[in-house]
Design a protein around this ligand. Structure first.
Ligand SMILES: NC(=O)c1ccc[n+]([C@@H]2O[C@H](COP(=O)([O-])OP(=O)(O)OC[C@H]3O[C@@H](n4cnc5c(N)ncnc54)[C@H](O)[C@@H]3O)[C@@H](O)[C@H]2O)c1
Length: 246
């Protein structure tokens, strides 16, 4: 890597985000570990990165709030330098039949998974324009179109929205040295999958080969590296052959 690069990973305190933070730090990025609630978990990720000789700092922000997304970007630029990599990983889900899901819950799921990813991109893009180089990766899901599941309308809509945003934004920034891609992890056992409940976890275990968070991290590492300079507007599934027929 010829120049210092600063990466923001939203929701970097645990799960896939934590694996992405650790991988990007080991690839030489200075990593901003964003978290919404658990300062301890984010501090743990920072400590592990520093023990391995990397550079990282934790930044609190609820990315579903545009003012906090803006403050996050400003704080990262001031303390680590202008961000040129943004991994829009933060996500949440609350499975419910459409007839039972409240409008508030719908708004929150769309707010974190879709609007938050837009807000962070919006505030980080000016830095990328100035640097003439940038990488944005959205963490979508098979639920966003390729392999929908029942009772996750809001989550599926948000994750499909990320795919639309990937394709549009990739074209918009194509001549600026900026690439925009999405990854779709198959099944990684994390808090978000556990929160779907025992029946959903059982069904995931039956139909998807479980993959480690590090597999998603290595795909992200490829997309933000120089070797992927001409890969943009793509959605890459990270799974072993897709769902297993049962
Ligand atoms: N685990 C899977 O099988 C799977 C499959 C497909 C997609 N995904 C996606 O991968 C991403 C990471 O999920 P995970 O599996 O590691 O689960 P996770 O629950 O461990 O991680 C989600 C992270 O997002 C953070 N977060 C939630 N709301 C936030 C907010 N408002 N502001 C900032 N951070 C916030 C959480 O604190 C947490 O760190 C999510 O976008 C999820 O939808 C996961």
């Amino acid at each position: 890597m010829s120049r210092r690069r600063v990466a923001i990973v939203t929701g970097g305190g645990r799960g896939i985000g934590a694996a992405v933070c650790e991988r990007l730090a080991s690839d030489g990025f200075a990593v901003a570990v964003n978290y919404a609630r658990s300062a301890d978990a984010a501090a743990g990720v920072v400590a592990r990165i520093e023990e391995n000789g990397g550079e990282a700092r934790a930044f609190e922000a609820d990315i579903a709030d545009p003012a906090q997304a803006e403050r996050l970007t400003v704080a990262v630029a001031e303390s680590l330098g202008p961000p040129s990599v943004l991994i829009n990983n933060a996500g949440m889900n609350s499975a419910a039949a459409a007839r039972r899901q409240s409008p508030d819950e719908w708004d929150r799921i769309i707010g974190v998974n879709l609007s938050g990813a837009f807000y962070c991109s919006h505030f980080v893009l000016p830095h990328m324009y100035e640097l003439g180089w940038g990488r944005i990766v959205f963490v979508s899901s098979p639920s966003g179109g390729r392999r929908p599941a029942p009772a996750v309308s809001a989550y599926s809509a948000a994750k499909a929205g990320l795919v639309g945003m990937t394709r549009s934004l990739a074209q918009e920034v194509a001549r600026r040295g900026i690439t925009v891609n999405a990854v779709m992890p198959g099944y990684v056992a994390t808090d978000i999958t556990a929160s779907a409940g025992d029946a959903a976890v059982e069904s995931l275990e039956r139909s998807w080969p479980r993959i480690p968070a590090e597999s998603v991290a290595s795909t992200v590492a490829f997309l933000v590296g120089d070797d992927a300079a001409d890969v943009s507007g793509e959605e890459i599934g990270v799974w072993r052959g897709g769902p297993v027929s049962i």
